[in-house]
Design a protein around this ligand. Structure first.
Ligand code: AP5
Ligand code: MG
Ligand code: ZN
Length: 213
């Protein structure tokens, strides 16, 4: 199964992907996570991507598409995958169809209101070791600011401050919403309300996946 998780920043793509990995065992490809690790390791790609990411802009299509193409050539994605955060422009969507003969199976759109995503992003805290997303109010860790599994301190993403969050939302509306039309005309778009509780969002996603089997 080739699935895309699409939606505005903070819609819950990473959170749902984690539940989907546990339930379906599909590999998770998050372009945001790959780029953050490139930045952390100070690679050539990381050096180019850093300023775009910190200001909330998109990293240029050519760089991200090459990165995804290389990831999709690995043998572990032969039986399917969950792509999170890619494609984010119509150009990326077209490139993906060129990379994958037959294209994707479904694009799951987590439709989420603006006030909800701002609240989620400004309260998000992340485990530096396992990448689990927590939220100060919605999904707090058991111990204050410590990952439940890894027992290490949580951090705040540098692009989760209020000014950069606003910019990311603006960029999403300008550059990414066109991806919806691209998959709608292919009959592959599934709308899911991202405003719901995480377990309710997940049960809708489970129904979609069951209908594909
Ligand atoms: P990326 O890392 O993909 O960021 P994003 O799209 O802005 O999405 P987020 O990761 O912020 O949100 P999410 O939807 O995963 O939400 P989460 O589950 O964490 O990209 C970062 C940057 O990299 C981009 O700005 C760009 O520069 C670059 N980039 C990446 N891909 C690119 C591409 N294809 N092209 C060009 N550039 C690219 O949830 C958020 C919070 O809410 C958490 O705290 C969580 O605990 C909480 N939460 C989640 N679900 C719920 C719920 N249902 N109810 C209550 N709380 C919830
Ligand atoms: Mg994410
Ligand atoms: Zn952890």
């Amino acid at each position: 199964m080739r699935l895309i998780l699409f939606g505005p920043p903070g819609a819950g793509k990473g959170t749902q992907a984690k539940l989907m990995i546990e339930a379906f065992g599909l590999p998770h490809i998050s372009t945001g996570d790959i780029l953050r690790s490139e930045v952390k390791n100070n690679t050539e790609l990381g050096k180019k991507a850093k300023a775009y990411m910190e200001s909330g802009k998109l990293v240029p299509d050519t760089l991200v598409t090459e990165m995804v193409k290389s990831r999709l050539s690995s043998s572990d994605v032969k039986n399917g995958f969950i792509l999170d955060g890619f494609p984010r422009t119509e150009g990326q969507a077209r490139s993906l169809d060129n990379i994958l003969p037959g294209g994707i199976d479904r694009a799951i759109y987590l439709e989420t209101s603006e006030d909800v995503v701002v609240q989620r992003l400004t309260g998000r805290r992340v485990c530096p070791k396992c990448g689990t997303n927590y939220h100060l109010k919605n999904m707090p860790p058991k111990k204050d600011m410590i990952c439940d599994q890894c027992q290490v301190g949580l951090y705040q993403r540098p692009d989760d401050n209020e000014a950069t969050v606003k910019n990311r939302l603006h960029v999403y509306l300008q550059e990414s919403e066109g991806v919806l039309g691209y998959y709608r005309v292919q009959g592959k778009l599934e709308n899911v309300s991202g405003d719901l509780d995480s377990k309710d969002v997940f049960s809708v996603i489970q129904k979609i996946i069951s209908s594909l089997k």
